[in-house]
Design a protein around this ligand. Structure first.
Ligand code: PLP
Length: 275
């Protein structure tokens, strides 16, 4: 079976699907995206991802020229052409073709849906704090844009040090997030995660973990993060993933707060595809 993508309303073979070399997503990173997890062809938390896609697009002043139902149907069609049991569905919306430069053109947005393999998550992982801050007051704070080169640099820095995720502080040295994940910490028996005002993305997994645990949103100074008894990451690809090392410090991965969060999240996933 040939693996298809969906581009601006039509299904196509990936090799035949083309966008303009003047696409504003390509030239200046003017776009937004979502990554959903699909197990046996069934995407998870689609409503929440589509809601966030629209919030991100609004943040950039982009119009998504399709209704949710069209996007859901398109994702189903693309998924049906793939047979990966564990897949990532990538939905991208860019500013479309535009003159070279930062000003957007008159063209309609470019909308792409593509599917790839999702690697199974490791039972625990190591993270490195990177020396560059997230700007919680920047124009793109909290928006899931395709301008992710900062994340590319940070992740390469972390990988070179044997970590699978880079952790950002914000400009006031409080914990923010990872390049593609949110962070929860256990301190003094309480489960905490940075508030959205820290500059982090409103992760879908983060929101769900907040709903099924007693976790609290609270500013976390970096010195408190470095001393935390428990740390775990949340994301579409990682679910709830315990952290066994922060920089040079080893941590236990079977803390009570982490275990309870992982169990509660797993139970939620069992109970619904679109919570
Ligand atoms: C910067 C950033 N933070 C957090 C997350 C986690 O969000 P979600 O749980 O919706 O995957 C992502 C997702 O890739 C991300 O890109």
């Amino acid at each position: 079976m040939s693996e298809l993508v969906w581009l601006n309303g039509s299904l196509a073979e990936a090799a035949d699907a083309t966008v303009s070399i003047f696409d504003h997503g390509l030239t200046v990173g003017d776009g937004v995206f979502e990554t959903l997890k699909a197990v046996d062809g069934q995407p998870f938390a689609t409503r929440r991802h589509l809601d966030r896609l629209r919030r991100s697009a609004e943040g950039l002043g982009l119009r998504v020229p399709y209704e949710d139902e069209q996007l859901r149907a398109a994702m189903a069609e693309v998924l049906a052409s793939h047979d990966h049991p564990l897949a990532r569905v990538r939905l991208t919306v860019t500013g479309g073709a535009a003159p070279l430069g930062s000003e957007r053109g008159e063209d309609q947005a470019t909308v792409v849906i593509a599917v790839g393999v999702l690697k199974p998550v490791e039972p625990s992982t190591a993270v490195c704090v990177v020396p560059w801050p997230r700007n919680e007051r920047g124009a793109l704070a909290g928006i899931k844009t395709t301008s992710y080169a900062e994340n590319v640099v940070a992740l390469a820095h972390a990988k070179a040090r044997g970590c699978t995720e880079a952790i950002f502080a914000n400009t006031v040295d409080q914990l923010c997030e990872g390049t593609g994940s949110n962070v929860f910490v256990g301190i003094g028996g309480r489960l905490l995660t940075p508030p959205l005002s820290s500059g982090c993305l409103a992760g879908v997994t983060r929101d769900l973990v907040l709903e099924v645990t007693d976790a609290v949103e609270e500013d976390i100074p970096m010195h408190a993060f470095r001393d935390a008894e428990e740390v775990f990451l949340t994301s579409t690809g990682r679910d709830v993933q315990p952290v066994h090392q922060v920089d040079d410090r080893r941590l236990s991965t079977d803390g009570a707060l982490t275990r309870a969060a992982a169990d509660a999240f797993a139970a939620l996933v069992e109970s619904s595809d679109d919570p």
